[in-house]
Design a protein around this ligand. Structure first.
Ligand code: OAD
Ligand code: ZN
Length: 231
């Protein structure tokens, strides 16, 4: 990928970038966890109905993410950030911390992060690596006593800092999308915003995403295979 000193690179990653680190993608794994559809444990309705189940799901994901290591795809993105500085912007739909552990300095987690929680009422996110897996292990807020939830954006909730994302999309000159099926909005629509401005759009992944037609280039291959050479 040719990038000049004037280029600004906007990168969007999805579950595929962490696949080679051993973390299951959503659609790839059949979208099932313990017989539940992921959509059924990642919603405000699921939280209302069964917070213990939701915490068991996110506790497992915390455990899996802690055991995983960043791969060459994460590292390639950290390396190009080093070179481009603030002309580079990384937005991820992933809630794992593998981008950070690969050395990325500024990562925007639009769907929240696994290793933060927040009180339902106070709403302020705090660092939390604990596992809540027992039947009556729901964490409570130290200040007000209300239940503490994962700091995750569930289906039906609004992704974090959309204004910041749109501002970056507005000044990007190249948009690179890696490892996302193009099925969850608003992220799946970022490429259309880039197209309206006529900037170059590239997708990297082992198969075509649902919105493949919207990209200028599709590079078929895995993130760890393709990104180190491309960047
Ligand atoms: P998906 O599971 O929908 O898609 C994963 C994509 O990664 C697929 O298109 C695969 O082809 C691709 N892929 C698989 N292995 C890869 C590899 N080694 N390198 C590169 N790509 C690879 O995951 P997302 O699109 O990220 O939302 O899902 C979007 C959102 O839906 C998630 O953030 C989550 C989910 O439900 C919330 O939880 C709110
Ligand atoms: Zn509180």
């Amino acid at each position: 990928m040719d990038l000049s000193a004037d280029d600004r690179l906007f990168v969007l990653t999805g579950a595929g970038i962490s696949a080679e680190s051993g973390l299951a993608t959503f659609r790839g794994s059949g979208g099932l966890w313990n017989g539940h559809r992921v959509e059924d444990v990642a919603t405000p309705e699921a939280w209302e109905a069964n917070p213990e189940l939701v915490w068991r799901f996110y506790s497992m994901r915390r455990r899996d993410a802690m055991a995983a290591q960043p791969n060459a795809g994460h590292r390639a993105l950290a390396a190009i950030e080093q070179r481009m500085g603030d002309r580079f912007y990384l937005c991820t739909q992933n809630v794992d911390d593998l981008h950070e552990r690969a050395g990325s300095q500024r990562v925007h987690h639009m769907h929240g992060t696994l290793f933060q929680s927040r009180c339902e009422r106070c709403g302020v996110p705090f660092a939390d690596t604990a596992l809540y897996e027992g039947a009556d292990q729901l964490p409570q807020c130290e200040k007000c006593g209300r239940v503490v939830r994962p700091h995750i954006v569930w289906f039906g909730e609004i992704p974090l800092d959309m204004d910041g994302i749109y501002a970056e999309l507005d000044r990007a000159t190249v948009v690179l999308v890696v490892g996302t099926s193009g099925s969850v909005y608003p992220a799946a629509g970022f490429v259309n915003i880039a197209n309206r401005r006529g900037v170059r759009t590239v997708y990297v992944g082992p198969e075509e995403p649902l919105n493949a037609h919207a990209f200028n280039d599709i590079v078929l291959g895995t993130a760890a295979e393709v990104l180190p050479g491309m960047l």
